[in-house]
Design a protein around this ligand. Structure first.
Ligand SMILES: [Mg+2]
Length: 219
């Protein structure tokens, strides 16, 4: 279960700009919020942002439609302004060679945006996105892990030992709430020590040591 932002890649602010533009288009209000996006679900951020602007009559569903439209219109900027994190392509490839491993996305992003982000770096084939957990599933990240596991077990008809990889304390706590193996990777703004303190079973500085990373993820 891969987190997207600052675990697999960084988007260079493309999604954030689409988000702000959609907010103004939907509400008619100038953007004057500064939420902490890191590790949070889009549903959670949406509720906070609308409340901060005093908007009570705007449903997240309506906002997400406009946000996705805006984001997909500028998705080509991802390849120019964003970047993959070190080692990601090799690690995904190595795990993809193992027929017992199913890789998917568990991310606070809405599904269309998550899929477009990984597709921008030619990584879409690495994941079974159908069994992922997304920011439209719930505001609470732990629920995303649970939904992903339920989807995977329903689709594949077997039990999985889930491994969650993410760059924030939210990823780690969401994993632990579901008795998943939690791997923290410090390629975002959260330090290795803080990921360990949150209870991560393993913490990596990044994924550039492909052998070590694959070994840990297959534990
Ligand atoms: Mg992240």
């Amino acid at each position: 279960m891969w987190d997207v932002d600052y675990t697999l890649l960084r988007g260079g602010g493309v999604a954030g700009r689409a988000w702000k533009r959609a907010f103004t288009e939907v509400t008619g209000l100038p953007w004057r919020s500064d939420p902490q996006f890191g590790g949070r679900t889009d549903m959670d951020i949406c509720v906070e942002v609308f409340a901060a602007h005093g908007v009570t009559d705007c449903t997240p569903e309506r906002f997400f439609i406009r946000y996705v439209e805006n984001f997909l219109a500028v998705r080509h900027e991802l390849g120019e302004q964003g970047a993959l994190m070190p080692g990601v392509r090799d690690v995904l490839g190595r795990l993809g060679d193992d027929p017992t491993v199913v890789q998917t996305l568990v991310t606070g992003n809405v599904p269309e945006v998550a899929r477009a982000k990984v597709a921008a770096f030619d990584l879409a084939d690495s994941f079974d996105a159908e069994v992922g957990g997304y920011g439209t599933d719930d505001a609470v990240r732990a629920t995303l892990v649970r939904r992903s596991l339920e989807r995977a077990e329903a689709k594949y008809g077997e039990r999985f030992a889930p491994v969650v990889v993410g760059d924030t304390v939210h990823d780690v706590t969401a994993a632990l709430a579901n008795h998943a193996y939690a791997v923290g990777v410090a390629t975002g703004s959260t330090k290795m020590a803080d990921l360990a303190l949150a209870g991560a079973h393993a913490v990596l500085p990044d994924l550039s040591d492909v052998e070590a990373t694959v070994r840990i993820l297959k534990l």
